[in-house]
Design a protein around this ligand. Structure first.
Ligand SMILES: Nc1ncnc2c1ncn2[C@@H]1O[C@H](COP(=O)(O)OP(=O)(O)OP(=O)(O)O)[C@@H](O)[C@H]1O
Ligand SMILES: [Mg+2]
Length: 282
């Protein structure tokens, strides 16, 4: 990704500043979102936002409403009346799965998304193959692009992994990386990972977390859902704690140590709230 150069100094700086640079609206902003399933109130008046190049960690116990929240963001569930979804500063009244995708919101599923026996490059381009001017599959370009994506964009360091490696031989953390690279390549702006470390070993978990850092480096945004604060804290810019369908707390990493956060999470578990601890607003 190319980064814009330093802004010119002095009076011209303001004039030449990209309007996007400072004043751009959040990529995503949810206000007062609720969702009921029959008797179950999965979400209750949730406010939630994601900045343009922000990694937002979402923590919460089983049933806290994490998956429901992301299913609303991906257009899979429609929230109850009364809430508001704003993307790029524009209200979206009828968010559907197709609309969310068109707006660059992609969810990465670890296992489901990849074809095990196929090569890495086939997995990256599956369903969106590159073709030559004659309409034939452009194998060379897909292999080259895969190599470039793995090394430049995502920092795939393992020499054992080439574009022709079968996905089945890759570790869980590496597979997570393949799915993320694919989403980035196809212009995702917000990548949602629902428990990407589930079932991974310690070292694979570290790899998966490195790929989350890659999303940040690529200038994109991410919602990273996990049970484990030790996974979320190192990669997130901001951490939102859900508890029984409500936002129980919100922390900017810069404003809280891991020890402090762990202590407060215990408090949520015991009392369901973070009384007396003002949540840091992003
Ligand atoms: N489609 C559905 N129909 C009925 N109830 C649902 C549905 N989806 C979620 N729920 C309920 O809503 C609540 C929140 O569920 P959700 O899946 O969002 O939790 P979660 O935080 O993702 O939990 P986990 O950590 O176990 O994945 C739960 O009580 C769940 O049973
Ligand atoms: Mg879930």
């Amino acid at each position: 990704m190319t980064r814009p150069g330093a802004p010119p100094a002095g009076r011209d700086a303001r004039k030449q500043r990209e309007p996007d640079a400072v004043d751009a609206p959040d990529l995503l902003r949810l206000t007062g979102i609720s969702k009921t399933f029959g008797e179950v109130q999965a979400l209750q008046g949730v406010d939630f936002r994601v900045g343009r190049n922000e990694i937002v960690g979402v923590l919460g116990d089983n049933g806290a409403g994490k998956s429901t929240l992301i299913k609303i963001i991906t257009g899979y569930h429609r929230p109850d009346r009364g809430g508001e979804i704003v993307i790029d500063g524009r209200r979206v009244a009828d968010l559907t799965v197709a609309r969310a995708r068109a707006l660059g919101i992609e969810t990465v599923y670890q296992e489901k998304a990849l074809a095990d026996k196929q090569s890495l490059w086939r997995n990256i381009f599956m369903g969106r193959e590159l073709v030559t001017a004659l309409g034939l599959l452009d194998l060379g370009r897909m292999r080259r692009e895969t190599r470039r994506l793995m090394s430049e964009e995502m920092g795939f360091t393992s020499a054992a992994v080439t574009p022709d490696t079968a996905v089945r031989t890759m570790s869980g953390g590496e597979r997570q990386g393949v799915a993320i690279v694919r989403a980035l390549y196809f212009q995702a702006r917000l990548i949602i990972l629902d428990e990407p470390t589930m079932g991974l070993s310690v070292s694979e978990t570290q790899k998966a977390l490195d790929f989350v850092r890659g999303i940040k480096r690529a200038g994109k945004a991410c919602i990273f859902i996990d049970h484990n604060v030790f996974h979320v804290y190192p990669v997130a810019d901001r951490i939102v704690v859900l508890d029984r369908g409500r936002v129980a707390g919100e922390f900017r990493k810069a404003g809280v140590t891991l020890e402090e956060l762990t202590r407060r999470l215990q408090q949520v578990a015991q009392t369901g709230s973070l009384d007396g601890t003002p949540a840091a607003q992003g």
